[in-house]
Design a protein around this ligand. Structure first.
Ligand code: MN
Length: 714
């Protein structure tokens, strides 16, 4: 185990300004906190955080990262609280430790790694500070190095699979090649020990058979480069068993070529030297066509830069060669962790040219502007998946949603049926509103009811297209139901008026004549006003419908505003799925509009009603309707007037008499204000139409008892 002074020394080699006192205190703190706890190996537990800190020091990370490494398990596994850590080491360290703890809790949920990609994204999204992720990766690396001590095979395999599917790709994504290789190989050892053993055995055999082949080639390459005056290091590096194995799986062949086993690396001092060295290599040995790749002018998304080529080498073997600067090598090994230690690098600007993830670009921008490495790391936020949010189902499945999603989006993402029947949601065990915005890592349980249906109001807050289209579709179907009911009622009345039988046969006949598929289609067409009731009756029983009667039932737009699909209101009354709204008390003669309401059929409003504002965004619910004109209407409608009368004996009698003598029937009268001089009141009067009401109002206005009068809404 790394001893206290050794750790401090290791950090001091690259960061002379590190807060040694804090490092020492953290070391002791971890030791005390974990006390007599032990690991599977029998070692004291605190050896683990100390080794993790050592790995972080190998990556040359800042003091805060090392301290976080030492403390990373204290909150989860001991009595230590975040407050204590904050008191002792400051809020920033507490925040980092908290971040690592959260990732560890997440890890416990990730039993099934089917959704590895989502987990990787979740990890990145939750590691708001890149140091959190780096500590977590170092933690995993040490756990993998000591995995063989764990007794349960099942646990070993689970951890190994998780490493292979989540941690190694994460390390790759942030460009930490060395870490990725080691994690993969350790996991490979557990997951497929036989395959690994055979690869290792084959490597040993080839090494022995080839003798000093690799060192000979290295020497030849070095010599060739030096002859041209280039300063270069050449290294022949055996590939890891796992990457050889993957290649074998991929190409479905056994490995025979040297280039399958060893990668030669040429390390030079400057970017121009990279291309110089490439020229020398291609000049000395023929290049294998199609194998040259320039990751310097076009870096990989994780920031990796290098030239790759394959040549037929001096011993007539295919040689895979990677050419890069020492800085590029550091970045290839340590990825983002290397960037901050290379703040002083000369050709950093060219790093920004490539197609890199936004956050990598941001890393580099911060790198350029931060005054010291510490500040750089502090301000580094992983932005890559900030536009997504990841939530768990009760079974532990991970659902990726766009940021701003709600439980309704979640429900629809799981299954359409769940969305259609959801009535509520538990988020992390607590009942919450359906409009609640979900956060990363939330566990969401949808409460369902079989009688529930999507509400049109959900459309206002859902974030996913799937939820929105489903809600819209449902509203449309619902609307059609309303039209079908409407049309059926219109037809019933139409047939009754014509004294004809509305038999199934008659309806089928009408469908054929009108080229409609089903009776339901016929009802819907009538409800929509595409066909009038009398047209249908007339089609089936031409003799029963007189010309005048049929004419009367045709829609009659009052002033063109009512359009082609006017519903002949006269046919709808009474008992139809239509009602006159109480907000504006439409009267025959008023310009009106119908609004399809869920459950209540069509509501008729006057065209100037304030209530219509709330339907402005749903034009599909608006129906053009008009009053039938001509013959007198059997129904009475309520008109509401606001009257101010002089407070004198007999005034009320005068008012009611005037209304009565004009054939109006008072259905309701309510005082809204009683002052000493004047009374104010609302009077509801049953009238035939607007003209009728206007007459009554004119009569009242003529009375000396009335100070003012107007028609009102509501
Ligand atoms: Mn740990």
């Amino acid at each position: 185990m790394l001893r206290q002074f050794e750790l401090v020394e290791r950090v001091r080699t690259y960061d002379t300004a590190v807060d040694e006192d804090a490092l020492n205190r953290a070391y002791v703190f971890a030791m005390m906190a974990h006390g007599t706890q032990t690991r599977a190996s029998g070692d004291p537990y605190y050896s683990h955080p100390v080794e993790v800190a050592g790995i972080l020091a190998d990556m040359r990370l800042d003091g805060s990262s090392i301290i976080t490494g030492l403390l990373h398990d204290t909150v989860e596994d001991t009595d230590t609280t975040l407050e204590e850590i904050s008191d002792q080491f400051g809020p920033q360290i507490a925040q980092l430790v908290d971040g690592v703890t959260k990732l560890s809790l997440l890890e416990l949920q990730s039993e099934n790694t089917k959704q590895a990609e989502n987990f990787r994204k979740l990890f990145l999204a939750m590691s708001e500070d890149i140091r959190v992720l780096l500590v977590k990766l170092a933690d995993r690396l040490h756990n993998m190095r000591t995995l063989h001590h764990v007794k349960s095979e099942e646990k070993r395999r689970r951890v190994a699979r998780e490493t292979m599917e989540i941690y190694a790709p994460l390390a790759d994504r942030i460009g930490m090649q060395a870490l990725k290789d080691e994690l993969e190989d350790l996991a490979f050892k557990e997951i497929n020990p036989t395959a690994r053993a055979s690869v290792v055995e084959r490597l040993r055999y080839l090494r022995e058979e080839g003798g000093d082949l690799v060192p000979r080639i290295v020497e030849r390459m070095k010599q060739t480069l030096h002859e041209t005056g280039l300063q270069a290091e050449v290294i022949g590096r055996e590939k890891r068993p796992h990457s050889i194995w993957r290649k074998m799986q991929h190409k479905n062949v056994t490995f025979e070529q040297l280039s399958d086993i060893v990668a030669f690396r040429v390390e030079v001092e400057s970017l121009t030297d990279c291309y110089g060295a490439l020229g020398v290599m291609h000049g000395a040995w023929p290049a294998v066509p199609g194998r040259f790749k320039d990751y310097i002018s076009t870096p990989k998304p994780n920031g990796y830069r290098s030239l790759h080529t394959t040549v037929y080498g001096p011993e007539h073997q295919r040689l895979e060669i990677q050419i890069r600067t020492t800085e590029m090598q550091e970045i290839a090994d340590f990825g983002v962790a290397a960037h901050w230690s290379y703040r002083a690098g000369e050709d950093r600007a060219s790093l920004q040219d490539g197609r890199q993830y936004r956050w990598v670009r941001e890393l580099l921008e911060i790198l350029d502007h931060a005054s010291d490495p510490e500040e750089f790391l502090e301000h580094t936020k992983l932005e890559m998946f900030q536009d997504q949010v990841f939530c768990f189902s009760p079974k532990g499945d991970l659902i990726a949603l766009p940021r701003g999603s709600t439980p309704v989006d979640f429900a629809y993402a799981v299954h359409t049926d769940i969305g259609d029947t959801c009535v509520g949601a538990k988020i992390n065990g607590q009942i919450n509103q359906l409009r609640t915005i979900l956060q990363n890592g939330d566990q969401v349980e949808i409460i369902r009811s079989t009688v529930a249906a999507p509400s049109p109001t959900w459309e206002r807050f859902v974030a996913t297209g799937k939820a929105r289209s489903r809600i819209r579709r449902f509203v449309r179907v619902k609307e059609r139901d309303e039209y079908v009911r409407l049309g059926e009622a219109i037809l019933e009345r139409g047939f009754a008026q014509a004294d004809c039988d509305m038999s199934k046969k008659a309806l089928k006949h009408a469908c054929r004549l009108l080229k409609l598929r089903t009776t339901e289609d016929l009802f819907a067409a009538v409800g929509l006003g595409d066909v009038t009731g009398m047209q249908v009756v007339g089609a089936v029983y031409p003799e029963a419908v007189g010309a005048g009667q049929a004419e009367e039932n045709l829609p009659r737009p009052r002033d063109g505003s009512a359009g082609d699909h006017a519903v002949p209101l006269r046919g709808l009354i009474p008992g139809m799925a239509v009602h006159f709204s109480n907000c504006c008390h439409p009267l025959p003669g008023d310009r009106i509009v119908g609004i399809v309401t869920t459950g209540k059929g069509v509501a008729i409003h006057t065209i100037d009603c304030d209530m219509l504002q709330q339907f402005e965004e749903t034009p599909e619910r608006w129906l053009d309707v008009a009053w039938s004109v001509g013959t007198d209407l059997p129904e009475k409608h309520v008109g509401r007037i606001h009257v101010v009368v002089v407070n004198e004996p007999g005034t009320l009698g005068t008012i009611t008499t005037l209304i009565g003598s004009n054939n109006g029937n008072i259905s309701n009268l309510k005082f809204t204000n009683r002052a000493t001089d004047f009374f104010e009141m609302h009077i509801d009067v049953e009238v035939r139409d607007v003209r009728h009401l206007t007459n009554i109002m004119a009569a009242l206005r003529a009375s000396p008892s009335v100070a003012s009068i107007e028609r009102t809404r509501g």
